[in-house]
Design a protein around this ligand. Sequence first.
Ligand SMILES: *Cc1c(COP(=O)(O)O)cnc(C)c1O
Length: 373
Amino acid sequence: MSTLADTTAATPTGGGFVVHANPAPVPDEAREAELVAPRFGTVFTDHMARVSWDEARGWHDRRVEAYGPLQMDPASAVLHYAQEIFEGLKAYRHADGSVWSFRPQANAARLARSAARLALPVLPEEDFLASIEALVRQDLAWVPSGEETSLYLRPFMYASEAFLGVRASRQVEYLVIASPVGPYFAQGVHPVAIWVSDDYRRAAPGGTGAAKCGGNYAASLLPQQEASARGFDQVCYLDATTGTTLEELGGMNVVVVHADGTVRTPALNGSILEGVTRSSILRLLADAGHAVEEAPVLLADLVAGLADGSVTEVFACGTAAVVTPIGRLAGAGFDHVVGDGTAGAVTMRIREQLTDIQYGRAADPHGWMHRLA
Ligand SMILES: *Cc1c(COP(=O)(O)O)cnc(C)c1O
């Protein structure tokens, strides 16, 4: 593992990140082989970006170093009390070879909001942007160039202080790791089946639902296993107070399309995670003339709409899969095919519009793209 004490040449980059180059990067041929059809989250690049924080010094030691295992004290607070947050965004290679990210300022702002909720220090936006730029520039050869491929970036922050007392950690590590990914739907976009859980809740008012923290995901694993055992792909959660309105999936927001073109998604209520994909899609749909509503979505209304045909499409959205059509929605006492069970026209059009912007195939009317290299 490379550390600051290494004798490897250290090169300063923009944003104050110092590069300690990996002395043993993956050879070109092996890397090219890894880039052919990478499975999500299994292959990682040669480097990681890293910034340390402690109470006395604040954020310090901005660096890019060799990807590798972290040394961690068994008493590190994160291992006991889950003081951890993360982000997810992608670097896209355009036809001219340039590499871009999509609204990274929104991820920086969300990381700051998550940090505030988890009593972690806020990483300034300029450090967030500099960290992904420094890593992507160092590992540029890892950004794939095939159709709908990208380099998935995973910034995260955790409590590293060795202390079993229950209080906010006085030592924190922030890292960014990167993983080349192929098209989410390798066999083409296909609709998924969703189980609406009436016995598990993802988030409650006053809880951590609006923060992107590992703890929310830990709690979603058992419901996901049970839904899989029933033959469903993913779980949709209801609000914790009344159990009558839709919130979101474990890692994606949900959008409902009506026969008259009206599009509705659950309003941000403090327990829903505000997706960058969600807000971008709402903007593009409004631009295209759709009536867009952010309002509570009653499960009973949705089920009735699926039965009488007034609801024509339902889709989920998030960075990893972009837009995922939902072809079947079921829960206690109901089981409906959505539309004719295939991906709907509005769903597929918005997916294409958004990916066209991200991959530089269409104009970027809102200035969402941010050049990394
Ligand atoms: C990350 C995440 C999303 C999607 O957010 P994007 O910014 O669009 O990727 C939605 N819901 C949850 C719970 C998430 O963690």
